[in-house]
Design a binder for this molecule. Structure first.
Ligand code: NAP
Length: 288
């Protein structure tokens, strides 16, 4: 018997290589397609990962269509990370707590599941680069209170940090995070960031300051202990002025690129069936 061509099969029987992508606007700068493309090639897996530019007013429509077009999931970035929560059928507790999702899974039954892996990526990056890091050794200090800071706060509390200090230019945003995340948080005034670092054993820049084309983060580091682990979410450049100064004071520093790589790994595994390695090759590809 002659086998029918795929076009002759009912839609439910057509098997495609799985598709995934990253939804955002603008999206051309995203490093995710290169990274996922590298992992697909490296493990010899069938599949494609593409940038998907979507205007906010089209988000709901696109999310309805993608699963019908062979997509098994997607990453989500600016400006859609909050809006997808209202469009998903199920949302993990951590995504709900953070108030944003970055990873979607399109289930076989047509339902959309939303998760946030930024906090996982943040902690995995620290643990990979500083295996001896102990989150409960002393206070953590988080500078910034935007979307990424919320994921960092959630993951640090989850990891056992007993006191979490936070300061933000717009103090109200930090107060809001304290109101949602609870008693272990202490809000500092933006003018007091230098004091906030005293005795801190984990210090995080979660602002966008220090990015290429932006002002550096200017914080007096006199109170910073050389025993502190200092990390920056900004990864362009890899060594921000903040990390450079902290390193010069004897601190261990971890750049933000590993967070980007680690947050991508759970989605890749769900969509394509293989947990990818976050190694020097993946770093190099993401930086190209
Ligand atoms: P966001 O929600 O827009 O928040 C931006 C943060 O930066 C806020 O705390 C904001 O303070 C602060 N900020 C901006 N300009 C400032 C200035 N001139 N002076 C003082 N504070 C300023 O952005 P986000 O999503 O949280 O991202 C923050 C950074 O993390 C970005 O650089 C992003 O690329 C990076 N990031 C990295 C990863 C990774 O995987 N490594 C993941 C996510 C994000 P106000 O509230 O006062 O405006």
């Amino acid at each position: 018997m002659i086998k029918p061509m795929q076009d002759d099969l009912p839609a439910s029987q057509i098997t495609h290589a799985p598709l995934a992508g990253v939804i955002g606007m603008p999206i051309a700068h995203s490093r995710s397609p290169r990274l996922h493309g590298h992992w697909l090639a490296r493990y010899g897996l069938p599949g494609h990962y593409v940038p998907i530019p979507v205007m906010p007013e089209h988000l709901a429509e696109v999310l309805r269509i993608l699963p019908r077009a062979g997509f098994v999931g997607a990453n989500v970035t600016i400006p859609h990370k909050e809006a997808v929560l209202t469009l998903a059928d199920t949302v993990t507790d951590r995504a709900a707590l953070i108030g944003a999702a970055n990873t979607l899974i399109f289930r076989a039954d047509g339902k959309i599941h939303a998760d946030n892996t930024d906090g996982y990526g943040f902690i995995a990056n620290l643990r990979q680069n500083e295996p001896d890091w102990q989150p409960d050794l002393g206070p953590a200090a988080v500078i910034g209170a935007g979307g990424a800071a919320r994921a960092v706060v959630a993951s640090l509390l989850d990891s056992g940090v007993k006191e979490l200090r936070i300061a933000n230019r717009t103090r109200l945003r930090a107060e809001q995070i304290k109101a949602e995340f609870g008693a272990r948080l202490v809000v500092y005034d933006w003018a007091q960031v230098g004091n906030m670092l005293e005795g801190a054993t984990t210090v995080v820049n979660a602002t966008s300051l220090g990015m290429q084309g932006k002002q550096p983060l200017r914080v007096p580091l006199d109170a910073l202990s050389p025993d502190a682990l200092v990390t920056d979410l900004v990864y362009t450049p890899l060594m921000t002025p903040f990390l450079t100064e902290a390193q010069a004071r004897g601190c261990r520093v971890v750049d933000g690129l590993g967070m980007l790589l680690h947050q991508a790994a759970p989605g890749f595994e769900r969509w394509f069936g293989q947990r990818p390695d976050v190694d020097d090759e993946a770093r190099r590809v993401a930086l190209e």
